[in-house]
Design a protein around this ligand. Structure first.
Ligand SMILES: [Zn+2]
Length: 133
């Protein structure tokens, strides 16, 4: 068995666990997952910023949102979603950032992700609750 085929079942199982934890909707646009709105695993802290592939840093997003966000910071992208009038799930984003910060606090490591994560939590706090248009 090569390394990829060992990774894939793990990834599918993690996605199932994420949907169980957060509900079967896209964190960014709020659409319910369906055959034409497929769930993908989204890294809250992007991998290029040192974000780990583990449950604390993973949420479900539809393929469109995942692709459109790219490497943008999660709070920056949340603001963009709001501008577009989408029902972005800010509490879910906050839970995810807080969960990862707690895991890092307990286990150490992830030196590169830590300042990025703190910055995102501060930015989210400044942003405040959703402004109703
Ligand atoms: Zn979406």
């Amino acid at each position: 068995m090569d390394s990829m085929s060992r990774l894939l079942p793990g990834r599918a199982a993690r996605l199932a666990e994420i949907l169980e934890r957060d509900g079967a909707t896209c964190i960014w646009c709020g659409r319910a997952f369906a055959p034409l709105v497929a769930p993908t695993t989204e890294h809250v802290v992007p991998r290029v910023k040192g974000g780990p592939s583990r449950l604390e840093n993973e949420v479900a997003a539809c393929r469109r949102c995942n692709a459109e966000r790219g490497h943008r910071a999660p709070v920056e992208w949340l603001e963009e979603c709001r501008r577009r009038g989408w029902q972005a799930d800010e509490p879910r984003l906050h839970r995810s950032l807080a969960r990862l910060a707690e895991a890092i606090g307990q286990e150490g490591g992830l030196r590169r992700a830590r300042p990025y994560l703190d910055g995102q939590l501060r930015r989210l706090a400044r942003l405040g609750p959703r402004r109703v248009a």
